[in-house]
Design a protein around this ligand. Structure first.
Ligand SMILES: Cc1cc2nc3c(=O)[nH]c(=O)nc-3n(C[C@H](O)[C@H](O)[C@H](O)COP(=O)(O)OP(=O)(O)OC[C@H]3O[C@@H](n4cnc5c(N)ncnc54)[C@H](O)[C@@H]3O)c2cc1C
Length: 441
């Protein structure tokens, strides 16, 4: 009955172009030219591009959340430089007006039949599908979490629920270890765990608590950063600021009663653990592609990510499916900046496909990580699939700079809200070409 009512009310909207019909079980079924799953950075920007090309409501976006967050701002929120409210806007305001918003969770994909089902059981048929579901945060894979977030000193910039506790933990810091973790999985913005640490270290210095703090980075990785040029710059930063770096340490348990964090030593075949006392513990959780996606082996690779071609962004088995952003198998650092570099490739190649032409646009793996090193400085890492720096400005961006910090704090949010989400920002490649004219870069 609910389905029938909904059907009538939607058909009443003027200019409605999607096709509606009922299945034999009286289940509402809808059909669109393009369906985008996920209304985050990738989904919203791609949907904006297509909905300005196609007639009204030929594009549908499936997204359950009321609020769209600009997640890169949470680094600043954790350090007290921005408020959490500044990082979010109503989803209804950011999703393209020309597209139909299906405020639901996708719950099952049937790629061979060009359809999916939502959590309420609605069938959504499509000609083309773009999957942009982001990453899932797996705090519960660490013993003692998420409960330990209810106790003092345990915080995480990766979630709206716990980001407020970062500044609170710094304010309440008295004496002991301030530990910043990096999990043993791919994560979004691999620089963010360090950014939280550099900002916190400066906070403790500014508030005359630094001599009572032992700041340490306990990371599952074996290097401070994946790109040599920026790794060298960061190694200098940690040395100068007396930050201890413990490689190949994976957080496996938090014991809030005794304020202890247990780490598995990844290079020890016996799986030995080492326990550290903490006064402050900033946790970056393990992450994975969403469970729903992982459950569909036709769509994913062995690691559970949407398996797309790294150049064209087209699915390797289903030619009418494309992917963008964190949930994909693309072997680049998962960032909103990477999404900006990908959205025009998806748009152009999907249009070529619709016109029956050969896909010719190629993504080079462009990604960027503004490595904020405190309250006024930033190293602006930009690189491609090969880890080759692809810097926009004709200066050495590995140097800590106030201008890079200003760009990260003030310009990038504007770029995101005003240009990228409206489908008008495709990354800085054109600007880079202009600024590097004649330099051969
Ligand atoms: C602390 C932090 C700092 C960061 N710093 C930076 C930075 O400095 N620079 C940078 O470029 N990037 C940064 N990032 C990373 C950046 O935010 C992400 O890489 C980017 O948002 C990825 O876009 P996406 O569209 O793939 O995923 P998201 O933006 O996460 O969007 C995924 C969307 O899919 C929806 N979804 C999930 N499951 C379903 C379902 N079943 N049905 C329908 N919808 C679903 C979700 O609700 C969500 O809206 C940071 C992230 C964090 C957390």
């Amino acid at each position: 009955m609910a389905a029938i009512f909904k059907c009538k009310s939607v058909i009443g909207v003027s200019g409605w172009n999607a096709r509606f019909f009922s299945t034999s079980k009286q289940r509402l079924s809808q059909s669109y030219k393009i369906v985008v799953v996920g209304g985050g950075a990738g989904g919203c920007s791609v949907a904006a591009k297509f909905s300005s090309l196609l007639p009204k409501n030929h594009v549908a976006i499936i997204e359950p959340n009321d609020t769209h967050y600009y997640q890169p701002m949470w680094t600043m929120v954790g350090g007290g430089m921005k408020k959490l409210e500044q990082s979010g806007r109503p989803m209804s305001e950011v999703l393209p007006k020309n597209a139909r918003w299906i405020k639901e969770r996708a719950s099952e994909f049937f790629p061979k039949e060009n359809r999916l089902v939502t959590a309420s059981g609605e069938e959504i048929h499509y000609d083309y599908l773009v999957i942009a579901m982001g990453l899932q945060l797996d705090y519960d894979k660490i013993k003692g979490l998420p409960e330990a977030f209810n106790t003092p000193g345990v915080c995480s910039n990766y979630s709206t629920l716990y980001v407020g506790k970062t500044l609170e933990s710094l304010k309440n810091f008295k004496e002991g270890n301030a530990i910043f973790t990096f999990p043993n999985t791919p994560i979004k913005c691999a620089g963010a765990p360090q950014k939280a640490m550099y900002i916190s270290e400066e906070y403790l210095r500014k508030h005359n608590k630094r001599d009572k703090a032992n700041v340490m980075f306990n990371t599952s990785l074996g290097a401070i950063f994946g790109v040599k040029k920026y790794a060298e710059a960061l190694e200098k930063v940690v040395k100068e600021r007396n930050i201890a770096v413990n490689f190949r340490h994976e957080l496996v348990e938090v014991k809030p009663d005794t304020k202890e964090a247990v780490f598995r030593l990844l290079d020890d075949p016996a799986g030995t653990t080492k326990t550290f006392k903490y006064e402050m513990l900033h946790v970056t959780p393990p992450m994975s592609s969403p469970a729903l996606l992982r459950a569909n082996k036709q769509l994913t690779n062995e690691a559970g990510y949407l398996e797309i071609d790294k150049s064209t962004l087209q699915h390797v088995r289903f030619s009418n499916i494309f992917g963008i952003g964190d949930c994909t198998s693309l072997p680049t650092s998962k960032t909103a900046a990477a999404v900006a570099g990908q959205n025009k490739i998806v748009f152009d190649n999907l249009r070529l496909l619709m016109d029956g032409k050969k896909l010719s646009k190629k993504y080079d793996g462009y990604t960027s990580c503004p490595l904020v090193t405190g309250y006024s400085k930033c190293i602006l890492a930009e690189f491609d699939y090969d880890g080759k720096p692809l810097e926009t400005l004709p200066i050495n961006q590995a140097k800590e700079r106030m201008t890079s910090f200003f760009m990260k704090k003030e310009l990038m949010p504007q770029l995101y809200w005003k240009l990228m989400l409206n489908g008008w920002w495709n990354g800085p490649s054109t600007i880079r070409k202009i600024l590097h004219l004649g330099t051969g870069h």
